[in-house]
Write a protein that binds this ligand. Structure first.
Ligand SMILES: *Cc1c(COP(=O)(O)O)cnc(C)c1O
Length: 360
């Protein structure tokens, strides 16, 4: 199997070996020590402030998105949210469900937000901002500096879904004044799904302790309290947390977050350059590409979904299909997980073969 989706992705041998082991009991000092190390490495890689905390949630990325929304905002807030694809739209739906007043910014397809679009909201009394830094569904990386400046000058509490940008694109939580950032185990952390996590600034921790969300499982106060002793309130995905630990140590040993960002960026650049070199009949649809993924539109009359199916069934290669309106128009090639340039050569060979067969 060769997997170029955006999650679950391919895991390193070390991470996979842990998956074959028995899952240990976890109310132990050994597991607490592992969790403390997980917290400190995540904080370092997110470039979070010293007093930041990390909540490890058992649940996919969406669980942490919802936990962030209901623990950090209330009906008293006015939240700006960017709805540029299916993940941005998920935030909008959460704000609706939890009756948090909000205003939606909807960028044009494949585009980020412009300074003009944002400055229209200057001085309008907004208190919160939600953005999916890499809107993975369409492969658009928003301009986080622009958003950070806007939030700073308006005193707005900035919450970032970094689920597919953590470890992929440069990010400095403290320098950008981001109050909470979210990521998940099955994206660039390249572990099985099951864990998502939220890094909270000191101000965000205070906000969590002030708020009273109507939830038990997603109440971050419980996660924070238990985290003080390296534990979680309920049985977590223990195996996945052990795999995350191994993976974080691998990243540290290979030079840390900046080296990992450079590695993933290098793979993305390699693939994009070869696409041009071979003149494959695809158009990159994003005007602001992230490192994690390349979104490709097919020629008229060629179904993107069919390309996904043929690659899977006839070549044993997985790319990432799109859903909804984009199903037959766009597919995506991911650059996260245990992949190397030689793997991209295999994908490119398969695509060139399909082109010869008249399938592109
Ligand atoms: C993958 C992803 C999510 C979360 O999806 P889950 O399936 O719940 O893990 C959220 N936001 C972004 C930007 C993502 O890439």
């Amino acid at each position: 199997m060769l997997n170029f989706t955006v999650g679950p992705v391919m895991s390193s041998e070390g991470v996979r070996a842990i998956g074959a082991e028995q899952v240990p009991y976890f109310r132990t000092p050994e597991f607490s020590a592992l969790m403390f190390e997980n917290e400190s490495l995540v904080k370092r890689f997110a470039k979070a402030e010293e007093k930041a905390r990390v909540c490890f949630m058992t649940g996919s990325g969406t669980a942490s998105m919802e936990a962030a929304v209901i623990n950090l905002f209330t009906e008293e807030d006015r939240v700006l949210v960017i709805d540029g694809g299916s993940f941005g739209h998920r935030f909008v739906e959460m704000l609706e469900i939890h009756q948090i007043p909000h205003q939606v910014i909807k960028p044009a397809f494949g585009c980020g937000v412009t300074p003009e679009e944002l400055s229209a909201y200057d001085g309008k009394g907004f208190t919160g901002f939600l953005v999916n830094l890499d809107e993975t569904s369409v492969g658009v990386l928003y301009d986080i500096r622009l958003i950070s400046d806007f939030c700073r000058r308006n005193g707005i509490f900035l919450v970032v879904d970094s689920i597919s940008s953590f470890l992929c694109d440069p990010f400095d939580m403290q320098a950008l004044g981001v109050q909470a950032m979210i990521t998940g185990s099955q994206k660039a952390l390249a572990c099985p799904p099951g864990i998502s996590l939220i890094v909270l600034s000191e101000a965000a921790v205070e906000r969590v302790y002030r708020n009273r969300p109507r939830t038990m499982y997603l109440d971050l106060k419980l996660a924070l309290k238990n985290g003080e002793r390296g534990q979680t309130p309920f049985t977590p995905a223990v195996g996945t947390l052990r795999q995350i630990h191994a993976r974080l140590k691998e990243i540290e040993a290979a030079g840390g977050v900046d080296a990992e960002v450079a590695r993933i960026g290098g793979l993305a650049a390699y693939f994009r350059q070869k696409l041009r070199e071979y003149e494959l009949p695809f158009t990159i649809v994003s005007h602001s590409l992230p490192n994690a993924v390349t979104p490709l539109a097919t020629r008229d009359g060629v179904s993107a979904h069919e390309i996904f199916v043929t690659l899977k069934d006839e070549y044993g290669i997985w790319v990432c299909p799109n859903g909804g309106e984009l199903r037959d128009k766009v597919f995506r090639v991911g650059h996260i997980g245990a992949l190397e340039k030689a793997d991209y050569d295999k994908l490119l060979d398969a695509l060139r073969d399909m082109q010869k067969r008249g399938l592109l």
